[in-house]
Design a protein around this ligand. Structure first.
Ligand code: ADP
Length: 260
């Protein structure tokens, strides 16, 4: 008599169907949310930036507009982070490799953060060893996002001193012969900031987890490192940190690249 077993099988099948339907609805919900949230936000950002050009504004109005714009930008970052994380969890993130100029990208990242570092009186150095190839084949956008996140954290959690981004390259005879010459890029983002207590060093890579510095800053979602770690793993490497509370942190990661 296998009635009970048949019954269990049917239950399992129904549960699987229900889970798949729920997952599909989640993906559709997220895709719609992304659009629904970003459209009005773009209007807020665009029009507040436009209004700020009006020469007849009073100083007070200008300040209010700047606050609206800054809060909008912040909200946009949060929405993007939450959506990115959901996309990763839904298994809908894929690599998009293309040829690009690594040096130009590093300049863009440096330019983007030079002002912020300068305002805090921090030095921002970008150093790459001579063997690092200028033209690469890799996922430029994911690499940029990881670098921006690490450099932005380093500046955020460093009250004095500076931030250094170092890049090295090593050729590798890969198992994937068919893909031709490949190599590995090694990145380090070092700061002289507040550091991370030992108890938090692994946890900060989990979604929504912040350490003491993150709580105090009262900004950010605690998603940046979780997203960065996933991206780095997709690109064939590992992201890790060494840090001493009070003396700074050193985040390092590597990725597989092919010279273009
Ligand atoms: P967020 O920056 O949005 O809080 P992240 O995932 O990027 O989220 O970082 C998680 C936490 O890790 C931060 O809140 C902070 O407590 C800690 N952290 C990250 N980078 C550094 C750093 N360079 N120095 C000190 N603490 C850091």
């Amino acid at each position: 008599d296998i009635t009970a077993r048949k019954h269990n099988e049917e239950e399992l099948f129904r549960a699987k169907e229900a889970a798949e339907t729920a997952n599909r609805s989640k993906s559709i919900f997220l895709a719609n949310m992304s659009h629904e949230l970003r459209t009005p936000l773009n209007a807020i950002l665009g029009f507040s930036a436009l209004m700020n050009r009006d020469p007849q504004l009073t100083a007070e109005q200008r300040e209010s507009l700047t606050t609206i714009n800054r809060s909008g930008q912040h909200l946009l970052t949060l929405i993007n982070d939450v959506l990115e994380m959901s996309k990763i969890e839904a298994g809908r993130t894929t690599l998009f490799n293309q040829n690009f100029d690594l040096f130009r990208m590093l300049h863009t990242v440096e330019d983007l953060f030079a002002l912020k570092a300068g305002e805090k009186g921090l030095t921002l150095l970008v150093e790459h060893s001579p063997e690092v190839p200028q033209y690469l084949h890799a996922d430029e956008s994911k690499l940029r996002q990881v670098l921006m996140n690490l450099v932005s954290n380093a500046i955020k959690f460093t009250p004095e001193g500076g931030v250094t981004l170092r890049i090295k390259f090593r050729e590798e005879s890969s198992a994937r012969e068919e893909s031709g010459d490949v190599g590995r890029l090694f990145f380090e983002v070092e700061d002289t900031g507040i550091g991370i207590p030992e108890a938090d060093r692994d946890r900060i890579f989990e979604p929504f987890i912040q350490s003491t510095g993150g709580h105090k800053a009262q900004e950010g979602t605690g998603l940046g490192l979780a997203i960065s770690r996933q991206f780095v793993e997709m690109m064939g490497g590992k992201l890790s940190v060494v840090s001493e509370a009070g003396r700074g942190s050193l985040f390092k990661f590597d990725i597989v690249v092919a010279p273009a």
